[in-house]
Ligand binder design. Structure first.
Ligand code: ADP
Ligand code: MG
Length: 314
């Protein structure tokens, strides 16, 4: 029996903060990321992959906005689908080229994933997630009226649209993900948290404008395929207590209860490390064995127990 793992890629794995986001830059990053992923496969793991899409979906929205006089604007769920396709393609191409190079006989497929959310999720009444371009006060007033968007002043930097970030409760394509994974395919699923959809009053699947946290979707995916390990790759080698203070202390190994305690003490902020630790706890509560949080470069060492932070059941 192969050991199973979900690899969750942070923003950095596809686009670095300092880059513009050209196709060339993203292909190069994704290729390097794929080299690390293949090392995990060589270690004997069967993996599924998920990834963030923040900068990419931001660029897609900006592109539509800049072209507003000549192109129709697409709703956010459609933009998330576009970003899943784009990033999935780059991963499929890179992974397949490397698999071929090492004569490894494996298929890779991106599965456009619709993530189910509750129509009654409290986030729909109180959206908090800023997305897309910054607007002027004048543009903001116009867009609020024309598009019924909620636009807020984003920490004095300008006006920005905020959308709900509801919790994932399922994937429409659950069966396909499981079947493909079980037969040995490397499945790329729930990219960017997945395309948010609800089941409406008529019982139909319907896209909604929102952004699902990719860490929460990763945890759901890992539970769904009953992965042993959830490997969350971000841009720090280990998580810390008292992060960014003179008292900072790295964490090597903790249990789910300790993680809960540190979370409640405020060591992991909501916009960054919080959702990762929360989704780690969730996955372990639902039967997962181990969560590892580390950076790409340390992925293989961390899996061997020589780097990163591991969180396990009590
Ligand atoms: P990703 O794209 O991988 O989701 P995020 O920026 O959302 O990346 O989260 C990772 C970031 O969390 C790190 O770069 C770090 O700056 C920040 N962070 C906040 N609190 C902590 C902590 N306690 N330990 C380590 N990193 C932390
Ligand atoms: Mg994040």
């Amino acid at each position: 029996m192969k050991r199973t793992m979900v690899v969750s890629l942070g923003g950095n794995a596809i686009l670095k903060h300092t880059e513009k986001g050209t196709a060339q830059e993203q292909f190069k990053n994704v290729y390097e990321t794929s080299l690390y992923i293949i090392e995990l496969i060589k270690e004997g793991y069967h993996i599924a992959i998920t990834h963030g899409n923040g900068p990419q979906v931001g660029d897609i929205l900006l592109a539509y906005y800049q072209a507003k006089d000549i192109l129709p604007q697409m709703p956010l769920d459609v933009c998330v689908a576009q970003s899943q396709g784009m990033i999935g393609y780059m991963l499929q191409l890179s992974l397949k080229n490397i698999l071929n190079k090492f004569q490894m006989d494996k298929s890779v497929v991106t599965l456009l994933t619709q993530t189910l959310v509750h129509q009654e999720d409290p986030q729909f009444d109180n959206p908090t997630k800023p997305i897309g371009p910054f607007y002027t006060a004048l543009e903001a007033t116009k867009l609020r009226k024309e598009r019924e968007w909620i636009i807020v002043n984003d920490s004095g930097r300008g006006y920005r649209r905020v959308v709900p970030s509801p919790l994932p409760i399922g994937f429409v394509e659950e069966c396909c993900i499981k079947t493909l994974f079980l037969e040995g395919t490397i499945v790329i699923a729930s990219g960017g948290g997945g395309i948010p959809v609800i089941i409406n009053e008529e019982g139909m699947i319907q896209g909604v404008e929102g952004v699902i946290d990719k860490d929460h979707a990763a945890s759901y995916l890992a539970s769904l395929i009953e992965a042993e390990i959830l490997l969350i790759l971000t841009d720090v080698e280990r998580i810390s207590l008292y992060y960014n203070t003179p008292h900072q202390r790295f964490i090597d190994k903790i249990t789910a209860s300790q993680a809960k305690k540190y979370l409640s003490e405020g060591h992991f902020p909501e916009g960054s490390m919080g959702p990762k630790v929360r989704s780690a706890i969730n996955f372990l509560d639902k039967g997962g064995k181990k969560v590892i949080i580390t950076s790409l470069e340390y992925a293989v060492d961390a899996v061997k127990g020589d780097a990163g932070t591991s969180i396990t059941i009590d």
